[in-house]
Write a protein that binds this ligand. Structure first.
Ligand SMILES: Nc1ncnc2c1ncn2[C@@H]1O[C@H](COP(=O)(O)OP(=O)(O)OP(=O)(O)O)[C@@H](O)[C@H]1O
Ligand SMILES: [Mg+2]
Length: 253
């Protein structure tokens, strides 16, 4: 495996408050890594640092993708935001194609049609965000990131706005999309089961300030489905370890 993402000793400070305290992480090509941690520990801030969305003055440390520095937002990286980040004046279709148009790339019509289908958005393509449910907005955000075929996909709680049943269906769909076209991805989630089902590796953050409490390779190999994961002999043990790390991360903060 070649290394895709390298994060070394990243510190983030806002107005003299340390939010991330020396975080290091390296991720292999096509590895799917989940980041879990209690609310407010600095997960979104970490993804924003990787996406080049923080002012340089707030952040120090090395962040590299395939050997070159990540500093400003760039086409190699796509982010799905926790609170959607859609343009209210653009339709679903226009939101999905926004990044492609900004980058001056040829519109990937076939790819967009496939994503509209997989994300169940075909009927809503001409609708505006105000006409969509939370889940539809979130699916639009995911399609907008995937259409770009990024080298690094950053997902900030992408399924938090959907009900439990839709969530399980979408987890499976996102897994299938990722397995069909492997991609280096970091997923932030509060949901331990989601982390276990989606990930090759799980990183538990404690904080604030954010720091790594546990970094563990999943004993459950791909392909993972809800059924195979939940009946896997290692599932309960893994869940217990993650839970313990979450508790100790919170206690130490
Ligand atoms: N731009 C900012 N200026 C000042 N403080 C900030 C800024 N952005 C985030 N913070 C602070 O950094 C800390 C971590 O926030 P962050 O949004 O990264 O947490 P999180 O782990 O994503 O939480 P959640 O799980 O609730 O989404 C919080 O205390 C927050 O108030
Ligand atoms: Mg967050």
């Amino acid at each position: 495996m070649t290394q895709s993402l390298c994060v070394e000793d990243v510190h983030v400070t806002f107005k003299n408050t340390c939010i991330i305290d020396g975080l290091s992480l390296s991720v292999d090509d096509d590895e799917f890594v989940s980041i879990v941690g209690t609310s407010g520990c600095g997960k979104t801030t970490f993804l924003r640092a990787l996406g080049g969305l923080l002012p340089n003055s707030a952040r120090i440390g090395r962040t590299e993708l395939h050997g070159s520095a990540l500093q400003a937002p760039e086409p190699r990286v796509a982010m799905v935001f926790q609170h959607f980040g859609l343009f209210p004046w653009k339709t679903v279709e226009e939101n999905i194609l926004y990044g492609v148009r900004v980058q001056g790339r040829t519109e990937p019509r076939e790819r967009m049609e496939r994503l509209l289908e997989v994300m169940h958005l075909g009927h809503a393509r001409k609708k505006y965000p105000r006409q969509l449910s939370g889940g539809m907005k979130q699916r639009t955000g995911i399609a907008r990131a995937l259409v770009l075929e990024p080298e690094l996909l950053l997902l900030d709680e992408p399924l938090s706005a959907v009900d439990a049943i839709t969530r399980e269906v979408m987890q499976q769909e996102v897994i299938e999309l990722i397995e069909a076209e492997p991609r280096t991805a970091l997923l932030v989630t509060h949901d331990l089961d989601e982390a276990i089902i989606m990930s090759d590796r799980i990183v538990v953050l404690g904080g604030p300030p954010a720091h790594v409490v546990l970094d563990i390779r999943s004993p459950i190999e791909r392909p993972r489905t809800l059924e195979t994961v939940r009946s896997h002999p290692e599932y309960l043990g893994l869940r217990r370890r993650l839970w313990g790390a979450l508790e100790s991360g919170r206690a130490a903060a």
